[in-house]
Design a protein around this ligand. Structure first.
Ligand code: CP
Ligand code: NVA
Length: 315
């Protein structure tokens, strides 16, 4: 019989975190993607599935969210567990409690933690002091849960992504860095086009990554792509740069003309929220090649598989 102190919280050992896309191997992603398919099927068939009964997810938000909060909170409930929402405004997170102390306390009261914050260093420090797995729900540098859902969505619509070309048109932001890590793991290629002055920060890309090509012209980056994707020109935390960015990104809209340069059956994705008329035209995001609603829904299914894997290990 275990001492009472250890009875409810039994994380896989050593504790596995998902702080950036490269934290998982291809085999781990293949497992999570297959579980996503199975868990989604159960959900669509109203089949109860409660492997995380009596488990608790704590979600810490230092930036706004609709999809990430909703998908983690609904997902945890659907798996039989509970989700608790904390934000900077009304918790001690906004009042300067050291992140290391917060991690010690939060991780003694739950089974898994999701954090959305600013610098990647914050989530790394939190994870180093956590007794339970920590998931990155978006930092300035990475958004791995979104790219996991995007890859699930691509596979659902078109089959394996290995060997394919993904065109990234826009800012060198958290989404792009997660796509670049995914390209190395899954073996696809990223054609990235970012405006001058908003180039990729090479310190955030592995030196061994040969799975991307940089394009000065965004239309050229779309040539023969299997998937065209973009994101807002101004990410959360960079709002002061908005006016300058609107000018610098002129021409980086994903419109019908750019989609015509891609494969005729190319998909369009956007992590959302989107600004029609800025990074994407209404014609494209609301058009037949767009899978943005499936992409948003798959956050739910993919993260349920991720929660299951991080709390219980391979099922
Ligand atoms: N795509 C995404 O992460 O959306 P939210 O900011 O609404 O969570
Ligand atoms: N790159 C965007 C993604 C929002 C989901 C941001 O960080 O604000």
């Amino acid at each position: 019989m275990l001492p009472l102190l250890f009875m409810t919280i039994k994380p896989i050992k050593p504790i596995k975190h998902f702080l950036q896309f490269s934290d998982f191997s291809l085999a781990e992603f293949e497992h999570v993607i297959e579980r996503t398919r199975i868990i989604k099927h159960k959900f669509k068939n109203y089949e109860p599935y409660h492997p995380l009964r009596d488990r608790t997810l704590v979600m810490v938000f230092e930036k706004n969210s609709t999809r990430t909060r909703l998908s983690f909170e609904a997902g945890m409930q659907q798996l039989g567990g509970a989700a608790i929402y904390l934000n900077t405004r009304d918790s001690q997170f906004g009042r300067g409690e050291p992140v290391e102390d917060a991690a010690q306390v939060v991780s003694r009261m739950c089974d898994i933690i999701m954090i959305r914050t600013f610098g990647q260093d914050i989530i790394e420090r939190f994870a180093q002091n956590s007794r339970v797995p920590v998931i990155n729900g978006l930092t300035n540098e990475h958004h791995p849960c979104q790219v996991l859902a995007d890859i699930c969505t691509y596979i659902e619509h078109r089959g394996p992504i290995s060997g394919k070309t993904v065109a990234w048109i826009g800012d060198a932001n958290n989404m792009l860095y997660s796509w670049l890590q995914a390209a190395e793991i899954f073996g696809f290629h990223v054609n990235a086009s970012t405006p001058k002055g908003y180039d990729i920060d090479q310190s955030l890309v592995s030196a061994s990554n040969t799975r991307y090509t940089l394009f000065g012209n965004p239309s050229d980056a779309c040539e023969d792509a299997h998937l065209v994707t973009t994101d807002v020109w101004t990410s959360m935390g960079f709002e002061a740069e908005n006016t300058a960015r609107l000018q610098a990104f002129d021409g980086w809209i994903v419109d019908a003309e750019k989609m015509r340069r891609a494969k005729s059956d190319a998909l369009f994705m956007h992590c959302l929220p989107a600004h029609r008329g800025e990074e994407v035209s209404a014609e494209v995001i609301d058009g037949p090649q767009s899978v943005v609603w499936d992409e948003a829904e798959n956050r739910l299914h993919a993260q349920k598989a991720l929660l299951e894997y991080l709390v219980l290990g391979k099922i």
